[in-house]
Design a protein around this ligand. Structure first.
Ligand SMILES: Nc1nc2c(ncn2[C@@H]2O[C@H](COP(=O)(O)OP(=O)(O)OP(=O)(O)O)[C@@H](O)[C@H]2O)c(=O)[nH]1
Ligand SMILES: [Zn+2]
Length: 365
């Protein structure tokens, strides 16, 4: 069994970063301390080299994750070992804070990479869901998250068949909420817009689909995969063998080209991983704010406030301003949590250094 690495997204740029004497592979799944890796000569279950384990213990961000390109070394005992995680071009990092089992926040969190080397981030929002219409605020959050990862967001208004009458207006509103982002209407049920989604995956790009439960993500994945979410003949180089059994895979090569990453972590990803993406998704308000007379303008009635002026002229929707304020409050809070963690780390580091200094001082004759 073999894989065509180009169809898994391997590029000349990445090849230049591969250490001599190793072979490349892409992580399709991780288990504790081991990964499933797709390589030119097949699929391998590999353990991490000692230096990878050490680096990961010091900083969880160094842990291999789904989507990573890695260098494999052949060991004398006849198996591969994961020797290095190649530089990531993009990453979804759950940093600083993490959600605990009851959905609250636990402050002990350390950065954790949920998926790497994701080129395209589809943000799926149903045109209509139960009695609700598309939630623009949620789109803004997820687009911010997408920017933060380094990937390119693409908004998909799903289930477009349910809201045909208002679709044009809705798309216009969504385009205002996500400046500079491609916005498409999709109906997996009717097969409309699916080919546009596929176009974003051309060139063997890797994507994730974010969105609320019931947005139609799974239905869209099946539409993209042509009904079966499994490896296909096309991705596996011809090897004369038939299709093999479906294995739970989190990196899914699609028959039409391109790959999807679908993991529980990515499905649960939410607000708490946004960081500076907020500035990008609200670039219109940010640039208005730069025109305010006072550098520290709070946009609450100060003279010469460009933000409120735009609001009065009807150029800035009230909803969007509120959304921005809300996200900013949350971002500040998250930043303060993260900083608290950093401060603590710094303090610990200094404690160790001081201890060392005292020790070496005592040791002196
Ligand atoms: N009318 C209509 N219904 C759709 C469309 N796509 C999906 N649905 C329906 O919406 C419901 C939810 O779809 P799913 O694909 O399971 O949604 P999901 O986003 O994967 O949901 P989770 O797995 O909970 O995250 C199902 O009943 C689908 O049949 C569509 O294009 N039009
Ligand atoms: Zn202002």
């Amino acid at each position: 069994m073999s894989y065509d690495l180009a169809l898994l997204g391997w590029t000349a740029l990445r090849a230049a970063e591969l250490p001599d004497g190793t072979v490349p592979g892409r992580v399709s799944r991780v288990d504790r301390g081991a990964a499933e890796v797709l390589a030119a000569d097949g699929r391998h279950h590999v353990r991490y080299a000692a230096h990878v384990r050490r680096a990961s213990a010091a900083d969880p961000v160094a842990l291999p994750c789904v989507g990573d390109w890695v260098a494999l070394s052949w060991l004398p005992e006849g198996r591969y070992e994961l020797d290095e995680v190649l530089p990531r071009t993009t990453a979804f990092v759950r940093g600083g804070v993490s959600r605990d089992s009851v959905g609250g926040l636990s402050g002990d969190g350390q950065g954790q990479v949920l998926a790497a080397n994701v080129d395209v981030v589809f943000v799926a929002e149903p045109s209509m869901h139960s009695t609700d219409f598309a939630d623009l605020g949620r789109i803004e959050r997820l687009v911010a998250l997408a920017w933060e990862s380094g990937g390119t967001p693409v908004v998909l208004i799903t289930k477009s068949d349910l809201f045909e009458s208002g679709l044009a207006d809705l798309l216009a509103d969504v385009r205002l909420a996500a400046p500079g982002v491609a916005v498409h209407a999709v109906s997996s049920q009717r097969g409309e817009g699916v080919s546009v989604v596929r176009e974003h995956l051309e060139g063997s790009r890797t994507a994730v689909i974010l969105g609320p439960s019931g947005a139609g993500k799974s239905t869209l994945v099946n539409a993209l995969a042509g009904g079966e979410v499994m490896e296909t003949q096309q991705v596996r180089a011809a090897d004369g063998r038939g299709r093999h059994t479906t294995v739970h895979r989190e990196l899914i090569p699609l028959p039409g080209g391109g790959l999807l990453i679908d993991t529980p972590g990515i499905r649960r990803i939410g607000l708490y991983d946004m960081g500076e993406g907020v500035d990008l998704v609200f670039s219109d308000i940010e640039s208005l704010a730069e025109q305010c007379r006072f550098g520290d303008c709070g946009h609450t009635g100060e003279p010469g406030c460009a933000v409120l002026a735009a609001l009065e002229r009807g150029e800035l929707p009230e909803r969007r301003l509120q959304s921005w304020r809300k996200l900013q409050r949350e971002a500040v809070w998250i930043a303060s949590r993260t900083d608290a963690r950093l401060r603590k780390e710094q303090q610990n580091k200094w404690k160790i250094i001081h201890k060392e200094m005292r020790r070496s001082g005592r040791a002196r004759p």
